[in-house]
Design a protein around this ligand. Sequence first.
Ligand SMILES: [Zn+2]
Length: 104
Amino acid sequence: MNEKLFCPSCRKENEYTTKERFFSNGTKHIEAICVTCNKWIKFLQQVGAEEFRMPYGKHKGKTLRGIKEEDREYLEWFVENSESLKIIKRIKEVLESYEMSQMF
Ligand SMILES: [Zn+2]
């Protein structure tokens, strides 16, 4: 890991190590930990929503990332027509991260 981050705890700009953390809502975050003081610096990215697999329907078993590339309209349709709020929330995260990445 060559990239450097500013650590708010020891106030040094130094190297960091990464650790995976799983939250109770099923999402996975990658967090950056300072190599000097071993404190949390920040979350680098959230990968949980994209890796979530559809439990049923036309794209059963595929990840949201894969469906987004293959059949984005389906995800938009699902958000409008499904009552599964947990899945809708994840789909929205995936669609939003797509839109944000298009801005850069
Ligand atoms: Zn530190």
